[in-house]
Every structure is written in structure tokens, then in C-alpha cells.
Design a protein around this ligand. Structure first.
Ligand SMILES: Cc1cc2nc3c(=O)[nH]c(=O)nc-3n(C[C@H](O)[C@H](O)[C@H](O)COP(=O)(O)OP(=O)(O)OC[C@H]3O[C@@H](n4cnc5c(N)ncnc54)[C@H](O)[C@@H]3O)c2cc1C
Length: 350
């Protein structure tokens, strides 16, 4: 980083460091002054997730473009404040105790088409990216219609559906790295594999071993942040793409419990099998803890009947893991991510 941008970043860092010394009320004020965005205190996160559970974030703010997202993350790093970037919260279970730090809603939704490429900011909903591509007569992103998350969250997860995934269409992603530099990364350097990327492993240096033993992280999400993604797509007839989008829309309605809050598939599919089939075979469809229920329509979904706590969901999910391991010897791996403060979650009144 050079010139005016470098000087601005240095000034923001210095302001954040000073604010961190005097506490979070001042942190919000300094954030407003130096990055130009407002932050609210003690905001419940439930309504920013598709599961509709989760306690308050100490501070909540929004990024409206990629440079604001980068500035907010740099600010939090300089202030040594834990931060959680939230896309559409469609893969998250936020703890009932909430998140101690700065939660950043990613609402950077710009995008453009250049020839066969589509360049979109991290906060654009993937379904909208799929529709934009269709309108431009570009095929390849139709699967994104099935995924109610953002482009950034989809790169983080290597989200996929209907026989495709992000890795199949991503040319590069612009990433804000932990040392505050920005770089264009490829599918290979991002480590994209089945529902997997190096972004999911904040504490581990990326290695094949880290990817082989993925565990849910209970903290605040990725360290490196996706700012923007470039997809390489293929020209095709817009009417044929539209027909494929309609097909995907119908499939979702028929196969997924879309009428109730959920975070999509709770577990990854084990090699050669399906987590939903195993959960069904264990007789767990309809099983319930508090307001959390294993969906009758799709056994790998936990739905919220409107009264669930995050603890209900976690307890039910843990029960599923134990029972499937006991019955079939298969250790299911979480696809959803548990974030926030889970330190006392088992000790609350039931
Ligand atoms: C009904 C339903 C159906 C679903 N179907 C599918 C499916 O078919 N296939 C599939 O793969 N998934 C599916 N999902 C899961 C989910 O939509 C995807 O995992 C999606 O990619 C998450 O994106 P998000 O923006 O909501 O991320 P969030 O849930 O907000 O965040 C998830 C993680 O990504 C991180 N993150 C978010 N933005 C960024 C960024 N810019 N840079 C770095 N890290 C970031 C967050 O910090 C967090 O750690 C489904 C979910 C639901 C509710």
C-alpha cells in the first residue's frame, strides 16, 4: 500500500490504537470519526442470521463497499478488538451469550460484468449474482440461486449445490490478509475443496493436514477477509439459463424446509454417503430439543420453531453426532459454524 491510501490506513490504525486504550464507547466514537460509519452497542444478532438465534454483539456496524469492509477490519485489528464479519448469517449459529467484539455486517453489494467475467463485492447475495449473470447471458453461477448467503461467505465455505461449487467458477478473490496487505488469490491458494477453504482455519497455517481434520471454530470467523470475487463464466442463451434457475427454485421448494428458520445443512456429507440419509436411518427425523427440531423434510436441517435458543440447536446437533457415531461409526463434521461466546453454554437453566 502506498501514497494517500497508506497514509489514511496509518492514521486509522493510530486512531484505533488510541481508542482501544479507553474502552468500547470511545471505540464506537473513533470508528465513526476515522472510518465514517456508525456502530451500535449491544445489538442482538439473531435477526442477522437465517437461524434467528444469537445474543448481542458488543458493537455492530455495516460495511457498504469493499473499501469500507477493509477499513473496518483494519480498524478492529489495530484496536485488537475481536471481530466477526457476517454475510447473510446463513451458515451461523451465534451463541445465546452473543459476541464480545465488533460484528461487521457485509453489505458491500457492488458488481459489474466485463466480457465473460463477473466482478462482485463480497456482500452481494450469491442468488443476486446468479440472476445478474443470467441477464448478461452468462452460465455457470446458476447453483448460487440455492444458496442464501453472500459471495464472501460462499468463498469462505466453497459453497456449492446442484453439481457445482464456487471453485468451479472462481477466477480469483481479492483478500485482505492478516498483515493488512491485499492480494488476489486463486482457487489453489484459497485451498478450496468440498465445503472447505483455508479461510475456515484461522489459527492453523494452511496445510493439507489442517484441511483433513476440520473442526468447528467457536470464535469470530475468518482472519483473512474476502473483499471481492471475480468469476469466469460461459456465454449461453439467457432463456436456457432462466429455465435452469426455475428448475433450481422448484427443487429447493420441494426438498428443503424453507418455511422455517435454519442454517442449511448442519453436517457435511461424509465421503460416499449423505449426512441426511444417516440421520434419517438413525430415526432422528422430528427429534427435538426445546424449539430446535430435525426437519421431517430434510434430516440434515435443524429448524427453529420460533422459540429455539442457540443452546437448543447445539444440544440437538451434538446428540445427532453422538447417535450417528454410535449407530454407524461415522463421525459427522459440522458444516454450520458456531460463533460467539460459547464458554458457559452448557450451564444455563433448561
Ligand atoms: C435454507 C438454506 C440452504 C442452504 N443451502 C446451501 C447449499 O445448497 N450449499 C451450500 O454450500 N450452502 C448452503 N447453505 C449454507 C450457506 O448459505 C452458505 O454456507 C453460505 O455460503 C454462507 O454465506 P453467508 O454470507 O451467509 O455467510 P455467514 O453465515 O454470514 O458467515 C459464515 C462464515 O463466513 C465468514 N464470512 C462471511 N463473509 C466473509 C468475507 N467477506 N470474508 C471472509 N469470511 C467471511 C463469516 O465470518 C463466517 O465465519 C444454505 C443455508 C440455508 C439457510
Amino acid at each position: 500500500m502506498t501514497g494517500a491510501r497508506g497514509e489514511r490506513a496509518a492514521a486509522e490504525r493510530a486512531a484505533a490504537e488510541r481508542a482501544a486504550e479507553v474502552g468500547s464507547a470511545d471505540l464506537a466514537a473513533t470508528l465513526a470519526r476515522s472510518v465514517g460509519v456508525r456502530a451500535r452497542r449491544d445489538v442482538p444478532l439473531a435477526r442477522f442470521t437465517t437461524m434467528r438465534v444469537g445474543g448481542p454483539a458488543d458493537l455492530l456496524t455495516s460495511a457498504h463497499d469493499a473499501s469500507q469492509l477493509a477499513a473496518l477490519v483494519r480498524f478492529a485489528r489495530a484496536a485488537r478488538v475481536p471481530r466477526l464479519v457476517i454475510g447473510r448469517g446463513s451458515n451461523l449459529v451465534v451463541s445465546d451469550a452473543g459476541f464480545r467484539g465488533l460484528a461487521i455486517l457485509c453489505r458491500a453489494e457492488g458488481g459489474r460484468v466485463e466480457g465473460n467475467r463477473m466482478i462482485v463485492e463480497a456482500g452481494m447475495p450469491l442468488a443476486r449474482a446468479a440472476t445478474l449473470a443470467q441477464k448478461a447471458g452468462l452460465t455457470g453461477l446458476e447453483f448460487g440461486l440455492a444458496i442464501p448467503g453472500t459471495v464472501g461467505g460462499a468463498v469462505w465455505a466453497n459453497a456449492g449445490a446442484h453439481g457445482s461449487d464456487i471453485a468451479a467458477v472462481l477466477e480469483s478473490a481479492r483478500v485482505l490478509r492478516v498483515d493488512d496487505s491485499e492480494a488476489d488469490e486463486s482457487v489453489e491458494t484459497l485451498g478450496l475443496a468440498y465445503r472447505e477453504s483455508r479461510l475456515k482455519h484461522p489459527s492453523a497455517q494452511w496445510s493439507a493436514d489442517a484441511l483433513a481434520a476440520p473442526e468447528p471454530s467457536a470464535g469470530g470467523g475468518s482472519v483473512d477477509i474476502v473483499l471481492e470475487a471475480t468469476f469466469h463464466l460461459t456465454p449461453s442463451d439467457p432463456a436456457a439459463i432462466e429455465a435452469r434457475l426455475d428448475e433450481i427454485r422448484r427443487w429447493r421448494q420441494q426438498h428443503q424446509p424453507l418455511n422455517r428458520p435454519s442454517a442449511g445443512s448442519v453436517f457435511r456429507n461424509p465421503a460416499g454417503d449423505s449426512a441426511g440419509r444417516l440421520i434419517d436411518a438413525a430415526g432422528l427425523k422430528g427429534a427435538r430439543v426445546g424449539g430446535a427440531i430435525i426437519s421431517e423434510k430434510h434430516a440434515n436441517f435443524i429448524v427453529n420453531d420460533g422459540t429455539a435458543s442457540a443452546a437448543d440447536i447445539r444440544r440437538l446437533a451434538d446428540t445427532v453426532r453422538t447417535q450417528v457415531a454410535g449407530r454407524f461409526g461415522v463421525e459427522l463434521v459440522y458444516e454450520v459454524q458456531f460463533v460467539g461466546d460459547w464458554s458457559n453454554w452448557g450451564q444455563e437453566e433448561r
